[in-house]
Design a protein around this ligand. Structure first.
Ligand code: GLU
Length: 490
């Protein structure tokens, strides 16, 4: 690449940013990084009827969370400002009127009922020719009549006929369309706002965008854009259409597959670096074996020639695995900080905040290996910080110690705990194993019961480490509470 590319992510704030949107942003961002280019964010807010309040903020928050930073765009005013299309209406209106004056566009006075009817008639007679509105040949009289009715016209583009429109797509190769299939589409609506097609072409030109990488769903719009470039005598950028993202059943990824807003993944406890790593593999790979990349490595190896044409499958198990992998790679300090910041955003229900940082960092190594998400931490460790434990539902496990009275066994345990000089994992294991032996109890049964006394769970992090972190006082209190509870049903 000899000049520095300028690429953009151009979301419409009409909904929550999902994985597909963010994949587009990520690929553009990585491409800019790889080739020393500029990554621009442009908010395409021209469809006033479909705007969703808060959507722009959510899109920007998602990008910030994932570390996808932009060089120009909202809140970073660059030389091509403004970066909100609703603030650039002048540009679009001027171009629409220019096309009109040159005979390359026409006024359309139809209202929505008339349009629906005309389109139905068109569809009946022509399946392979685009829609041309009746206003194309409108006479002076009709214009006068509509104006007397105070109708405000839209402007339609006269799509070319009888030619072939060719695209050399960086991902898909050569794609061509007969120009006759194109509708005479609206470029400027009667409210003075442009449609996506006109605004996108004009802004990509004005912002000197060199490459447009966007999802495959926009491919059918591309011949319209190429026709506009040609009519406006502008040079089109290089296009690359990114493959669809599919669910495991190979249908387009949707809510049904659990595809939700990227911010939902944050709430579900995913690590941003893991999500970035996962998303980059949706349609791109370096080779057939490397799966783990950090953002810095990615920006050194990412390239569009390794983006595939065929759909990319979204595999949720793989995301869980990858997140677990990233969690295991963290230092205790990093993981502790991540958990605390996660709980600051999404306060836990069973743990009162703020939690002591150094206490949490002693617990973290006991659960780190088995974590898949940060959301799992609360449940896994809540017993460490609870004042009272709820033993109900463990009656059977306790009564299972048939060889000895459970309360007697726990009393003996208390004695040992009192006697141990260093309350450490190793000496606890040593002394308590001997106790089980002396009492003729199988270690499985004895430690099963002790685990319940200490944690009120049948499954927990490693018992001796847990006891060491809890400390002698709390362990004794818990055993005493357990004895008191056993006495209530014996
Ligand atoms: N505003 C369009 C969207 O929401 C952008 C399509 C494009 O990149 O040209 O995805």
């Amino acid at each position: 690449m000899n000049t520095n590319p300028r690429v953009r992510y151009a979301p419409s704030p009409t909904g929550q940013p999902h994985i597909g949107n963010i994949r587009t942003a990520l690929f553009n961002w990585l491409f800019a990084k790889r080739y020393g280019g500029t990554f621009i964010i442009r908010i395409e807010d021209t469809d006033q009827t479909r705007m969703v309040p808060g959507a722009t903020e959510n899109i920007l928050e998602s990008l910030e969370w994932l570390g996808i930073n932009w060089d120009e765009g909202p809140s970073i005013e660059g030389p091509y400002k403004p970066y909100f299309q609703s603030k650039r209406l002048n540009l679009y209106q001027k171009a629409a009127y220019k096309l009109l004056n040159e005979g390359k566009a026409y006024y359309c006075y139809c209202n929505s009922e008339e349009l629906t009817r005309a389109r139905e008639v068109h569809a009946k007679h022509h399946s392979d020719i685009g829609y041309r509105d009746n206003c194309y040949n409108i006479g002076e009289d009709a214009i006068k009549r509509f104006e007397d009715q105070n109708r405000i016209p839209a402007i339609r583009f006269k799509s070319p006929t009888g030619t072939i429109i060719v695209l050399n797509d960086i991902v898909r190769g050569k794609v061509s369309w007969k120009s006759d299939i194109l509708d005479d589409f609206v470029i400027l609506k009667s409210d003075g706002f442009p449609t996506y097609h006109l605004a996108s072409v004009l802004d990509d030109t004005a912002m000197e965008i060199s490459h447009v990488f966007r999802a495959e769903e926009w491919l059918p719009s591309t011949p319209k854009h190429l026709a506009l470039y040609s009519s406006l005598e502008l040079d089109p950028p290089i296009f690359g259409h990114l493959p669809m993202i599919l669910g495991p059943d190979r249908s387009k990824l949707s809510k049904r597959h659990g595809a939700t807003s990227v911010l939902d993944y944050k709430e579900m406890g995913f690590i941003p670096q893991a999500l970035v790593n996962f998303i980059v593999l949706l349609g791109w790979s370096l080779d057939d074996k490397t799966e783990i990349f950090d953002s810095r490595q990615l920006s050194e190896v990412f390239s569009m020639d390794r983006v595939v044409k065929s759909g990319a499958i979204f595999n949720r198990e793989k995301l869980d695995w990858m997140n677990g992998y990233y969690i295991r790679q963290m230092s205790v300090e990093q993981l502790t900080d991540s958990i605390i910041s996660y709980w600051t955003d999404f306060p836990p229900e069973q743990i009162s905040m703020p939690i002591d940082h150094s206490f949490l960092s002693q617990i973290v190594p006991l659960v780190q290996e088995r974590l898949k998400t940060l959301a799992e931490v609360e449940d896994k460790i809540s017993f460490f910080v609870c004042d009272t434990l709820d033993y109900t539902s463990h009656e059977l496990a306790i009564e299972n110690i048939t060889e000895q009275e459970p309360t007697y066994v726990l009393q003996q345990t208390l004695t040992i705990i009192d006697q141990i000089s260093l309350f450490s994992r190793d000496s606890l294991e040593n002394k308590l194993r001997s106790l089980a032996e002396n009492l003729n109890l199988s270690p499985r049964k004895y430690f099963g019961m002790l685990r319940i006394a200490i944690t009120a769970r049948s499954v927990s992090p490693p018992l001796f480490e847990t006891m060491e972190v809890l400390g002698r006082g709390i362990c004794k209190d818990r055993i005493l509470s357990c004895i008191a509870w056993i006495e209530t049903f014996n």
